[in-house]
Design a protein around this ligand. Structure first.
Ligand code: DCP
Ligand code: MG
Length: 354
């Protein structure tokens, strides 16, 4: 099962301030160079979406309520929903503050047919989240991660989609080919030019064409297009690092919004680490420039850390060092992570963000 909260930050703002219910709400940096973190579904109707410059969002949806992120509040809610996930399965892999994979194969009531048991478990999880937090989530259920993740997105918000074995092609074939993991800004235009717009068209393309368009990894994409994905749900503790990154639809050539995103990502990494009582001695940042060159910078500390401020302070320093040495080319992707993980919090006070 893949669970993803609906319009997470914006939904929390609407929850905490009932006057905002049913209204367009846009959460993000409010400064000159601010970026949209998320928008309520009411605001999305105007074309507003995550990672869009706030200035553009203001033009598209003038009547919206614009709100600065309250990360510590979102972390509190995130802890609540992860506590609920833990009640449904011991195998929970958190992907971000509002999103996780749950391996529920061993947790289904055996007296029911499998499909029925899955649907009931999905509904039960949505109800538990709503009852405990007042927020809605979408869930996808299937026999692998790829299908579950696409499933949770299929009927957002408040969606619940179960992709049965025999429905895999029916489900995948009409979806845009860009929905497959790994098909990004580089490969998508090539596929589109060749007339491959949907997953079904990719699946039915001759291998020679796929090899030309996708290179060595063509068989990997063909497997995905057939709904084949062997990856298992990995509970966080087994992981070697906790990280979060964002790829932008346009290059960002200014440091301020990038630092803002770095801070949001540091907060999320801190939240996920804190929720699992993990801290890390190594902080890394990842950057990609417009030529798709990926750069990593990291530093290892004498003590493990897991607070937002500590992670952000290290990430900012790494970022500024990189800016100084590289002359700061425009950035396509930015991420932050901690590794060298160990059990235990660092007992630093957690400050309100932004
Ligand atoms: N977020 C962010 N910057 C981004 C993307 C997301 O700060 N570029 C934050 C705000 C979101 C939260 O992470 O509320 C969860 O991200 P999702 O992609 O799950 O988006 P939402 O939950 O807001 O909307 P939905 O999942 O309903 O599409
Ligand atoms: Mg979400």
């Amino acid at each position: 099962m893949h669970v993803d909260m609906d319009a997470f930050y914006a939904a929390i703002e609407q929850l905490d301030n009932p006057r905002l219910k049913g209204q367009p709400v846009i959460v993000g940096g409010l400064g000159q160079r601010g970026v949209v973190a998320t928008a309520s579904y009411e605001a999305r109707r105007f074309g507003v979406h995550s990672a869009m410059p706030m200035a553009r969002a203001r033009v598209l949806c003038r009547a919206a309520h614009f709100i600065r992120p309250r990360i510590s509040r979102y972390r509190e809610v995130s802890r609540q929903i992860f506590d609920i996930f833990d009640r449904f399965s011991p195998l929970v892999e958190g992907l971000s503050m509002d999103e996780a994979f749950l391996d529920i194969s061993a947790c289904l009531p055996s007296r029911q047919p499998r499909a029925e048991a899955l649907r009931e478990t999905g509904r039960g999880l949505q109800q538990a989240i709503y009852a405990n937090t007042g927020l809605t989530a979408s869930v996808g259920m299937a026999h692998n991660k790829l299908l579950a993740k696409l499933g949770s997105d299929y009927r957002k918000p408040r969606g619940r989609t179960y992709v049965a074995f025999e429905k895999v092609h029916l489900f995948l074939d009409p979806l845009p080919v860009g929905r497959l993991w790994g098909i990004g800004k580089q490969t998508l235009p090539r596929l589109q030019q060749a007339g491959i717009l949907t997953i079904g068209q990719l699946r039915r393309s001759p291998p020679s064409l796929l090899e030309t368009l996708l290179g060595q990894r063509w068989q990997h994409y063909l497997r995905l297009a057939n709904g084949v994905d062997q990856r298992v749900v990995k509970p966080e503790r087994a992981d070697k690092s906790i990280s979060r990154e964002t790829t932008f639809s346009q290059d960002i050539a200014e440091q301020e919004p990038l630092l803002e995103i770095l801070r949001l990502h540091a907060a999320e990494v801190a939240q996920r680490a804190g929720a699992k009582s993990l801290s890390g001695r190594t902080v890394s940042i990842k950057l990609r420039d417009r030529h798709f060159a990926t750069i990593s910078r990291s530093r290892t500390l004498p003590h493990a850390i897991n607070s937002t401020d500590d992670i952000f302070a290290q990430a900012r320093q790494l970022f500024q060092d990189w800016c100084d040495s590289s002359g700061f080319p425009a950035v396509r992707l930015i991420g932050v992570g901690i590794s060298n993980l160990q059990a235990g919090d660092d007992h630093q006070p957690v400050d309100e963000l932004l």
